[in-house]
Design a protein around this ligand. Structure first.
Ligand SMILES: *Cc1c(COP(=O)(O)O)cnc(C)c1O
Length: 225
């Protein structure tokens, strides 16, 4: 598994407007450093503990993306250094991020996670809930978070038409929210994070501008290690 080589061929495939988050969860620091030495700086982790442990051991100029479910009581561990939180799924969580960020102080960029897949995935908001967050008084008063867009995960299936439909629905929702809620200090939608190793081409066709790719760069994850 040549990480630098994989990264290079993937990058050459991606249009210029698509950002790549290399999903390094489960993989050891020395593998991730191969991507770092190849010039890559955006890495995604889905667990707070794993992300903080790795961040301590790795260079400061890495942009860490939290892509997994975030519990409110763990916000404090990442608030100092996280670059983008992809998985905000409640006003309560947003409030906690605001509170912790105000103490640093810094402004933290986040995405709202939208539920687009079938039953299997339990996290994420629907359209009404996104609108509720964006129009809430609590959000209107925040000064230390910026919602930069949306994130979604398609159903894990071979049915390409279904995956396409789900990505298209997220793109359409993104456009509707941009229309309905004019940008301001805390709502600055520029990111549509969708697409993983198995479906990033479909995601890009549907309008993604940020893909989160793991196994195609680092190889299969062995959770038993
Ligand atoms: C693991 C993960 C990815 C990357 O998955 P691959 O199939 O290895 O590319 C992307 N997004 C999220 C939210 C993940 O948890």
């Amino acid at each position: 598994m040549d990480v630098a080589e994989n990264l290079k061929s993937l990058q050459s495939e991606l249009p210029d407007h698509v950002q790549l988050v290399a999903v390094s969860k489960v993989h050891p620091v020395d593998h991730i450093m191969q991507a770092y030495h190849a010039g890559h700086r955006d890495f995604g982790e889905n667990k707070v503990q794993e992300m903080t442990t790795k961040a301590e051991k790795m260079p400061d100029d890495i942009r860490w993306h939290l892509i997994g479910h975030l519990q409110r009581n763990k916000v404090k561990y990442i608030v100092d250094f996280v670059h983008l939180i992809h998985s905000v799924d409640s006003v309560k969580l947003l409030k906690e991020i605001e509170k912790r960020a105000s103490k640093v102080p810094r402004v933290i960029d986040v995405l709202l996670q939208v539920h687009i897949a079938g039953e299997e995935s339990k996290f994420g908001l629907d359209e009404a809930e996104c609108a509720e967050v964006l129009s809430s008084e609590a959000f209107g008063n925040m000064q230390h978070v910026r919602v930069r867009g949306l994130m979604g995960m398609a159903t894990f299936t071979d049915d390409q038409e279904q995956v396409k439909r789900e990505f298209n629905s997220l793109k359409a929702l993104y456009e509707r929210l941009k229309e309905r809620f004019p940008a301001n200090d805390r709502w600055q939608p520029e990111v549509l994070s969708m697409g993983m190793s198995g479906d990033y081409q479909l995601a890009i066709e549907a309008g993604s501008n940020m893909v989160r790719v793991g196994s195609k760069i680092f190889g299969e994850r062995n959770y038993d290690q």
